[in-house]
Design a protein around this ligand. Structure first.
Ligand SMILES: [Zn+2]
Length: 84
């Protein structure tokens, strides 16, 4: 499987690895051994294994599974954001 590294927007080290889900549309999913994705009211988050900040992911649905992209906006939360 084709795999790529995704670096953390907060510390630029490796955040997680993605496998190609849908080559035509360039959609990438998560692969085993990644930090757990936490489904939160504000979105899907992953805690960086290097700086332990919370990074916001964006979910993308495809025929072959759920893909993830990094959200354009990142605040590098120390804790998961509280709902307003
Ligand atoms: Zn980080």
């Amino acid at each position: 499987m084709k795999v790529r590294d995704v670096s953390c927007p907060c510390c630029t080290k490796l955040l997680f690895r993605q496998g190609l889900l849908d080559g035509e549309n360039d959609i990438w999913g998560s692969v085993q051994g990644n930090p757990k994705i936490v489904n939160h009211e504000q979105g899907d988050f992953m805690s960086c294994p290097n700086c332990s900040k919370w990074v916001l992911l964006q979910r993308v649905y495809t025929k072959t599974g759920i893909g993830y992209i990094l959200n354009d906006q990142q605040w590098c939360w120390d804790k998961l954001p509280q709902p307003e």
